[in-house]
Design a protein around this ligand. Structure first.
Ligand code: GDP
Length: 297
């Protein structure tokens, strides 16, 4: 379950505070030492942890928190607020172009869940927002990629645009947008090529697609379970492409939460969606507040 191990560690720390009638500065310092360790063990970025702990301490000790009637609860509220802030504060919604179609480029490394997420997002846009999406197969290198998207499209009854693997991805993307305009479709979701590692050729191609299609969104799909690796991948992609959002997949299996808690703080890019399972309906908008509550129980 998402955040399970982090949540249980933090909860035992805060149970101690909650039970106390009076909380001293020393109690807060001790609790924050435990929080710091729990976050580091959860694979949260080192600097993010340091800043976070300092902010909480400053707020929890500096104000009248310790003199209040329920100081333990106050400290927990400060932690809750700061966790929410760390993950972006409010919900970051998907952009909508005022001249349809809205173009969304889906990028990410192989295995992160990019193609699955592209299908899920199309399903979400149609089901929850009553939009008409088009799936576009631009991964012309991996033989099964086009087929995989077609299978998803068939299963969801959502159109898939493909031109085989002999046309360049830039051409395919351009033609797909024309097609979407003719068909009055609202969203063009471009499934780009994934690689095992970040390489220059891939980034070059993605930059070309970006230049031609002028996407409203560039969403990076990363596997939450890879922790700080996911954050490093996000940083590299962001440097090259200026991402507009991140989709964290496999949050259903991520007991730690290191990527969820670090991505926004490290890259400045908000998490827009979370993948919560393999099925096509297992995609949720990312609500920082709810995630923080999940962590603190
Ligand atoms: P791609 O190479 O990035 O396009 O990855 P795929 O879309 O092929 O997904 C790789 C694997 O991850 C597949 O087995 C998916 O079912 C699985 N997957 C994707 N998203 C999630 C998720 O949110 N939760 C879980 N548990 N599995 C996921």
């Amino acid at each position: 379950m998402a955040f399970e191990s982090l949540a249980s560690r933090l909860q035992s720390t805060f149970d101690k505070l909650r039970g106390k009638g009076k909380v001293s500065e020393e109690d807060v310092t001790k609790a924050m030492r435990e929080v710091r360790l729990a976050l580091l063990e959860a694979d949260v970025n080192f600097k993010v942890v340091k800043d976070f702990v300092n902010r909480v301490k400053e707020r929890a000790i500096g104000q009248d928190v310790l003199k209040s009637l329920t100081p333990g609860q106050h400290v927990i509220k400060v932690v809750n607020d700061e966790l929410t802030e760390l993950m972006g504060g409010g919900q970051s919604k998907l952009a909508v172009s005022n001249r349809p179609p809205t173009v969304v480029m889906m990028v990410g490394l192989q295995g992160a869940g990019k193609t699955t997420t592209t299908g899920k997002l199309a399903n979400y846009l149609r089901g929850k927002q009553n939009r008409k999406p088009l799936l576009v197969a631009c991964d012309v290198y991996r033989p099964a990629a086009i087929k995989q998207l077609q299978v998803l499209g068939n299963q969801l009854d959502i159109p898939v645009f493909e031109m085989g693997n002999q046309t360049s991805p830039v051409e395919i993307a351009r033609a797909a947008i024309e097609h979407a305009k003719e068909q009055h479709l609202d969203y063009v979701l471009i499934d780009t090529a994934g690689r095992l590692h970040i390489d220059e050729a891939l980034m070059g191609e993605l930059q070309e697609i970006k230049a031609i299609t002028k996407p409203n969104e560039i969403l990076l799909v990363v596997d939450a379970m890879t922790g700080q690796d996911a954050v490093n991948v996000a940083e590299s992609f962001n440097n090259q492409l200026e991402l507009t959002g991140v989709v964290l997949t496999k949050l259903d299996g991520d007991t730690k939460g290191g990527a969820a808690l670090s991505v926004k703080a490290v890259t400045g890019t908000p998490i827009k969606f979370a993948g919560m399972g393999e099925k096509m309906d297992a995609l949720e908008p990312f609500y920082p507040e709810r995630m923080a509550s999940r962590i603190l129980g």
